[in-house]
Design a protein around this ligand. Sequence first.
Ligand SMILES: [Zn+2]
Ligand SMILES: [Zn+2]
Length: 334
Amino acid sequence: MTISEPPVKDRQDYDGRSPFPGAEQHPPANGVQVGLTAAIVVLPFIALVVAIFASWGQGIALTDLLLAAIFYVVTGLGVTIGFHRLLTHGSFTARPWLRVVLAVAGSMGFQGNVLDWVAVHRRHHAFTDRPGDPHSPYRYGTGLRGQLRGLAHAHLGWLFSDDRTPITRYAPDLLADRAMSRVARAFPALCALSLTLPFLLGWAISGTLYGALTAFLWAGLIRVALLQHVTWSVNSLCHVIGSRPFRTRRHDRSTNLWPLALLSFGESWHNGHHSEPTCARHGLQRGQLDPSAAMIRLFERLGWASDVHWPDPARILRRRARAPVIDSSDDRYR
Ligand SMILES: [Zn+2]
Ligand SMILES: [Zn+2]
């Protein structure tokens, strides 16, 4: 296992343009890990290609489309509201049952177990776009070739490297939380459930094995592939393309990328998020669509969420890129 945190000197010497020290070293992960990751990453994508050929000229059944949309929304919000805004950043407090429901829904998104996900993401905030960031598109420098390699690495190449993020260091709070540890242990079962449920629902609704299989394809595999690539695009594209209206820490190049706002449930307002990591709303400017924040607002109205960190207008104004630096107290992820 490689060391996840680079020496302080490497981080201080980093100029924001060069490849990260040791970027070319790629200690291979063990065979089982690579095989499992490959299956999780590649199979849904192959399914997409198969589905396009299979349904060419005959379209998709409305049932499959609706089922896919429902599973996409539930598992997607599990990741954005549960894994990310609640468990990584503590941007609100949820009733214990809601916390578990969100963690279960997020686990069904095939993005790793909740403890690993949170640890990796907190590490990303601690070292954004500097040596130590697990998935920065600037890993190989800012030249064109390095940038393209970096984008591939940030999108999914990082999943295949043996660069484990210690949970004990980055998510000790969740490790001590028995409910979260249980959800993490149930990750393989929840992945299986995430594919089995569409199959069974497809069977129940259509009454045929063919209906079960097409539901499995669209609401299972393809829905998983789409959510994975949207989440990974936030790691890759939302650090390269888009606007940077808010100040972030040195070297942090997170961006706001509007075309992904709806599909990512508001997570592509990534510059706003990196500027105010503990804020429950990532779309900090007028008109920025943020379905996750809207859902958190609904949870709050229902009395299921409390202590929600909503944007503070005066603070947001101070975070504007052109505003004078007033405070720099945000060297933290939660
Ligand atoms: Zn980021
Ligand atoms: Zn975050």
